[in-house]
Design a protein around this ligand. Structure first.
Ligand code: PDD
Length: 287
C-alpha cells in the first residue's frame, strides 16, 4: 500500500509530497512539530500534543494553520488513508514559503502544514523494553529555548549520530554543572537507590514531554514516590534504574551510560510497571 501525506490542503502520494524550496522550514528551521503515538487504532494524548503545538506556535509568534477541530479531522484522515493501527503521525507547521529574508514574511503568508503517518511494528519497541539500550552523554550545546518543539534539531542529529558511531543507541545532554538535561529525543528519569522516581523540572532547559506528563499521572496512580528535581550524571550512574520517555518509545530502559553498567545491567521493574499502566491512563482518541 502506498503512503499518503497531507500537504497544505492536499492528500498526496508520499513520493510526490513536497514543499516549496523557499519554505521557511527548509531555509531557516522556522517551524515546529509534534510526534504522536497511535496504538491499537487509538491516538495517544492528542489533546496534550495539540496544546503543546499551540504553545510552540505562539512562542514563535506563528498562527495555527487551522483550528483544532479541522486539524483533528486531517490527522485522522491521514491515519486512515495510511491504515495505521500502530505507529505515529508527524505534524509540522512552518511560517510558510516566502522569498528568503530573515525577517518574518508578509502577514498574509500562508503557514505550511505537513502531516505524515507511518506504521511501526510494536515488536521493535518490545525488544527495546526487554533488552534496554546503551547511551552516551554529550555536553549540552543547544539554544536555551528547547522548551519549544522547533524543527531546528541539528545538535540532536549530531548527538544521535555520535552515539551510533560509539556503538550506542542514543545520547543524553549534560550541562556544564554535570546536571542531566534530557535525551536527544526524549526525557530522562532515574530510580534512586532508595526507590524514588526522579525527573528534572521542565520549566526550562528541556522539552516538557507529553509522555513525561502522562507518566507523572501514571506514577501518581501507582502511588510511586516522585521527585521533580535536578540530578547529576553521577546520580544517574548510581541509580537503580534509568529510562527515557517519549511518544515513540513510551518508557525505554537504559542499561549502560558511557560504557558503564546501570545497576545489574538489566531493565528494571519501575519502568515496566509504568509502561504496563501507561496506555490505560493516557487519553485515547479513536481514529
Ligand atoms: N521527540 N525531549 C526532546 C528533545 C524530544 O525531541 C522529545 C520528543 C521529548 C519527549 O517528548 P514527548 O514525550 O512529547 O514525545 C523530549 C520526538 C518523539 C521526536 O523528535 O521524534
Amino acid at each position: 500500500m502506498s503512503r499518503i501525506a497531507y500537504v497544505n490542503g492536499q492528500y498526496l502520494p508520499h513520493t510526490d509530497a513536497a514543499v516549496h524550496v523557499e519554505d521557511r522550514g527548509f531555509q531557516f528551521a522556522d517551524g515546529v512539530y509534534e510526534v504522536c503515538e497511535v496504538r491499537n487504532s487509538l491516538i495517544v494524548d492528542l489533546t496534550r500534543h495539540l496544546d503543546r503545538l499551540d504553545r510552540s506556535l505562539s512562542e514563535l509568534r506563528m498562527a495555527s494553520p487551522m483550528d483544532r477541530k479541522a486539524m483533528t479531522v486531517v490527522i485522522r484522515e491521514v491515519l486512515r488513508r495510511n491504515r495505521v493501527r500502530n505507529g505515529i503521525f508527524y505534524l509540522q507547521v512552518t511560517r510558510g514559503a516566502a522569498r528568503r529574508d530573515h525577517f518574518f514574511p508578509a502577514a498574509d503568508t500562508a503557514p505550511t502544514l505537513v502531516i505524515t503517518a507511518k506504521s511501526v511494528d510494536p515488536s521493535i519497541a518490545r525488544k527495546k523494553y526487554e533488552t534496554g539500550i546503551k547511551v552516551i552523554t554529550v555536553a549540552e550545546n543547544r539554544w536555551d529555548r528547547v522548551d519549544i518543539k522547533s524543527v531546528g534539531l541539528l545538535p540532536n542529529v549530531l548527538a544521535k549520530q555520535q552515539a551510533r558511531d560509539a556503538g550506542a543507541q542514543d545520547a543524553i545532554y549534560i550541562d556544564r554543572n554535570g546536571i542531566v538535561m534530557e535525551g536527544a529525543s526524549s526525557n530522562v528519569w532515574i530510580v534512586t537507590p532508595d526507590g524514588a522516581l526522579v525527573t528534572r523540572p521542565a520549566e526550562h532547559g528541556i522539552l516538557r514531554g507529553i509522555t513525561r506528563t502522562t507518566v507523572l499521572d501514571v506514577a501518581a496512580s501507582l502511588q510511586l514516590s516522585v521527585e521533580e528535581r535536578e540530578f547529576t550524571a553521577e546520580d544517574m550512574l548510581a541509580a537503580r534504574e534509568v529510562f527515557f520517555t517519549s511518544a515513540t518509545g513510551t518508557c525505554v530502559p537504559i542499561i549502560e551510560v558511557d560504557g558503564k553498567t546501570i545497576a545489574n545491567g538489566h531493565p528494571g521493574t519501575v519502568a515496566s510497571s509504568i509502561r504496563d499502566a501507561f496506555f490505560d491512563i493516557a487519553e485515547k482518541t479513536a481514529i
